[in-house]
Design a protein around this ligand. Sequence first.
Ligand code: AHG
Ligand code: MN
Ligand code: MN
Length: 335
Amino acid sequence: MTQKNQTLGEFIIDNQSSFQYSSGELSKLINAIRLAAKVVNHQVNKAGLVDILGAAGDTNVQGEDQQKLDVFANDKFIQTLRNREIVCGIASEEEDSFITINSNDKKHQNKYVVLIDPLDGSSNVDVNVSVGTIFSIYRRITPVGTPVTLEDFLQPGNKQVAAGYVVYGTSTMLVYTTGDGVNGFTLNPALGTFYLSHPNMQFPETGKIYSVNEGNYVHFHQGVKDYIKYCQQEEGDRPYTSRYIGSLVSDFHRNMIKGGIYMYPKSSVTESGKLRLLYECNPMAFLAEQANGLARGGRNRIMDIQPTELHQRVPFFCGSRKMVEKLQEFLDKYH
Ligand code: AHG
Ligand code: MN
Ligand code: MN
């Protein structure tokens, strides 16, 4: 049963049985992410004090090196998942190759792999603007009892069993899906508890916001340029409003609530765009589709792309259904 103001802990227990592979493992995994998110949140909130407490590269009073926040977030998520022995492997934006998790008594028995962008929008930290964490969860393909392989991570997004993000904003929220809609939980920092604040989140059918780094306009392909001009035209409910934070999590979150489209196209200088398929685009695509939105990578559905590399980049268009369909019409004109 979904009830507003439920805690995330209660929600996980209540909804565990509705998950098709229910064995409690996925619930433990979401719980571990919840815990790591709280630790990272605490650190993100202190980021503005960095000049007072010491910059990255300095040594703190305990004699420990101060870390950059994306390294800190990476370590915390990996450490939390590793300590709880609930996944068999982790891939991260901050790690060149995947990490195999194994303990003596578990012998590669865990079923899930996690892919994360530990700190998304990290350049925003220095200027006190929202950042996030993105995660994507799959069941392994290789048999339990054996070490994970690259194949376990290179699965198309349509095989995800759960995905979500944390946005460290004016309030901190954890938003996730296990394939049964999208729910958002807001952290009460005084208690350290997440409460269900946004049950069953849905992209409005259409919206008035377009989000793209327009500084790259001259490098975009003609279809994208034409769509941007369409957004700016005075007709009907247009011109639309341009909003771009430069942190995918925050831009997505706003667009899901208000209605809008996010675009990171390929261009004449970045042939595959910028965003990473496995730990940025796929989890956001899963959330978008679960929230009645769309996510495409040019002409194809993001979640149907067969990945070939851990850090693969793809063009990404995501948001309110009607807006993505309209963009598609423009892209199709040039094919
Ligand atoms: P990260 O901080 O994890 O490297 O991700 C930054 C990404 C994404 O969050 C954002 O939408 C995009 O980069 C912004 O890129 P531009 O500065 O090129 O617009
Ligand atoms: Mn990112
Ligand atoms: Mn990152």
